[in-house]
Design a protein around this ligand. Sequence first.
Ligand SMILES: NC(=O)c1ccc[n+]([C@@H]2O[C@H](COP(=O)([O-])OP(=O)(O)OC[C@H]3O[C@@H](n4cnc5c(N)ncnc54)[C@H](OP(=O)(O)O)[C@@H]3O)[C@@H](O)[C@H]2O)c1
Length: 306
Amino acid sequence: MATNDMTDATTTTTTAGISGTHAAHAGLWHLGDDLKVARMGFGAMRLPAPDWDGPAGDPDRAVAVLRRAVELGVNHIDTAAFYFYKHLSANALIRTALHPYADDLVIATKVGPGRTPEGEWMSPASPTELKAAVHRNLRELGRDHLDLVYLRRLPSVESLSEQFGALAALREQGLIRHLGLSNVRPDHLAEAEQIAPVVAVQNQFNLVTRPGAAMVGICADKGIAFVPYFPLGGLGIAETRRLQGIADRHGATPVQVMLAGLLSLSPTVLLIPGTSSPAHLEENVAAGTLRLHAEDLAELDSISRR
Ligand SMILES: NC(=O)c1ccc[n+]([C@@H]2O[C@H](COP(=O)([O-])OP(=O)(O)OC[C@H]3O[C@@H](n4cnc5c(N)ncnc54)[C@H](OP(=O)(O)O)[C@@H]3O)[C@@H](O)[C@H]2O)c1
């Protein structure tokens, strides 16, 4: 099991409840040995709009949320050039809010499928299109290199070699510092690792349905960050009630229990919960302070509908 020589906030069971709000309370992780991030990050997908078909979000509120996230110690922000609604894009909001960027800010982006200006999804990107997508992210974010670029696999793509090889070449050229994979199985990870180092896997995962759970352990064993997206998904009324029971014991909220439970799975889990609400942001970051006890973790395990 990887420890990455950073604070392991996942095994302490002595501190109850929520106190203080700083992203580093969730622990720290080195992406690829050089980029030190707080394990509580932020996902920017829903800043332009809560859904692909709108309505448009409030750009001033989005900028305020991003700036507050950084004030709270968040230094890992997840985005993509395909996160946009009409003329409002996540990359542009990040640039408006945070440029010039702090030295320790890690912006992760994804390439793979593109979207037309009207928002329609396109087929898997060719190497040339991937290169164009990397340059688009560089331009939109106002950077001369990208910290972490995930290849986002579409279900129709079985072999990643051609696409991942194209990104590995851009890494060799210094345009990309580290590479990750999104929406992949263990065999895809193994295939990509033959081509270039992989520092992060971003797959859909939550504590209730736990899709593809094996990947959490595989990443932990390899010292690769596992970044669950839709981390708050899967909750029904019955699960929410049981989470409320755990939350009440800690003076926390069910969402905080969900996030703390994910952090407890392995020291390589990095969270990027997304919100356009300042109050939800504070709540999510504070979840990194919550230390769940063994009985809480057992209860969380029992609500899983795997
Ligand atoms: N690789 C991929 O294919 C992929 C796919 C999807 C997402 N992602 C990444 O993963 C990130 C997270 O995913 P996500 O934003 O879709 O899902 P999420 O973090 O599970 O949930 C976001 C939703 O939960 C709400 N929320 C957030 N904090 C809350 C709180 N404390 N209490 C109540 N509601 C709360 C948000 O609404 P409010 O705005 O009202 O708070 C929003 O509707 C995205 O931003 C994106 O960067 C990657």
